[in-house]
Design a protein around this ligand. Structure first.
Ligand code: ADP
Ligand code: CP
Length: 311
């Protein structure tokens, strides 16, 4: 039977580490992603799509900084909104073209989505979210001297890091659910959402942060009553002892096992830790969470690929 599936597409799946960050490379990756997503709909499932923006928002910030003598840089929440529009455009276009090719007239809509966070979130004191391109250790040291906060990212090099507060309220979630229930593919909460906070008068203000899209994807999955929450990334599985000689692929794991691996510090903050934590939270509701490679999405839904986390 068809399931309602929230798909969270990684920003690093849209721009692979080391790829030149131009439109062609990113659109090419999005077209491949759209292919996998349309295959999921062909298998009879309804999808809600969300996506990361780490590489893209970092690059927009870098473009702003490069032009700062002539054009004032925009705040990070505006950069987040820009990245949502850019990736939303690419995904909506690629999905519409792939659906047309398949003779499927399902509608696709992209919603600009704000997500509320707590202005006092402790994440503001400890930036962990990697954004933008990768640097060598030497380049990272130079950037630190210029005042940037840098961190090593899962053995792939160094990146800028920014605060990543916990998502609390997804604006428009009822509308997302209604559109999805009416048969549309909805693209929403991109880049984890545009981070905002509400003051004591209820007024909304932007926040300098990048929300983790896996944590927002979890909220979106819970609040839209999804049956499955899938995080599509650039590795086939979650591993323990990742990158070591004794690394071990995880296929079907329980919440209890996943929590044990988290407690053993198996997963780095800013990459695999938020995915596995989000998966655990979703699986605790008795539903299925999956972390897999983009190209394995259909097989993973059938239980034949990826890492599945269940109660
Ligand atoms: N234990 C692990 N198992 C698998 N991948 C891991 C693990 N620890 C870190 N990683 C890294 O996490 C990356 C996926 O996280 P991330 O780059 O944030 O993904 P995305 O942008 O797709 O959301 C993988 O490409 C891999 O390099
Ligand atoms: N915002 C976010 O989580 O982006 P990535 O998936 O690219 O890290």
């Amino acid at each position: 039977m068809g399931k309602k599936v929230v798909l969270a597409l990684g920003g690093n799946a849209i721009l692979r580490p080391g790829q030149h960050p131009d439109f062609e490379n990113q659109y090419g990756n999005v077209v491949s992603a759209a292919d996998s997503m349309v295959n999921i709909t062909k298998a009879g499932h309804d999808i809600i799509v969300t996506h990361g923006n780490g590489p893209q928002v970092g690059n927009i910030i870098a473009q702003n900084e490069a032009a700062k003598d002539k054009i004032s840089p925009m705040p990070i929440f505006i950069n987040n909104a820009e990245s949502q529009g850019m990736i939303g455009y690419m995904l909506e276009t690629a999905l519409k073209n792939k659906l047309k090719e398949a003779g499927n007239d399902t509608n696709v809509v992209t919603l600009l989505t704000m997500v509320e966070v707590d202005k006092e979130d402790k994440a503001f004191d400890n930036p962990t979210k990697p954004i933008g391109v990768f640097f060598t250790e030497e380049e990272a040291k130079e950037m630190e001297q210029q005042g940037f906060k840098m961190a090593e990212d899962a053995g792939r090099g160094y990146r800028r890091v920014v605060p990543s507060p916990e998502p609390q309220v997804i604006h428009g979630v009822n509308e997302i659910k209604s559109l999805s229930d009416a048969g549309s593919i909805v693209i929403s909460s991109g880049g984890g959402g545009i981070p905002v906070w509400r003051d004591e008068n209820g007024e909304i203000h932007g926040v300098e942060a990048v929300i983790d899209k896996d944590r927002s994807g979890l909220k979106l999955s819970e609040q839209s009553d999804a049956d499955v929450f899938m995080m599509l990334t650039d590795v086939s599985n979650v591993y323990i002892n990742w990158g070591k000689e004794n690394e071990e692929k995880l296929e079907n794991i329980s919440v209890e096992e996943a929590e044990k691996h988290i407690a053993d510090d198996q997963f780095p903050a800013g990459s695999m830790l938020p995915k596995i934590q989000a998966a655990v939270e979703f699986a605790k509701t008795g539903k299925v969470a999956i972390i897999c490679a983009l190209e394995d999405a259909v097989e993973a839904l059938e239980g034949k690929a990826g890492t599945r986390i269940t109660l």
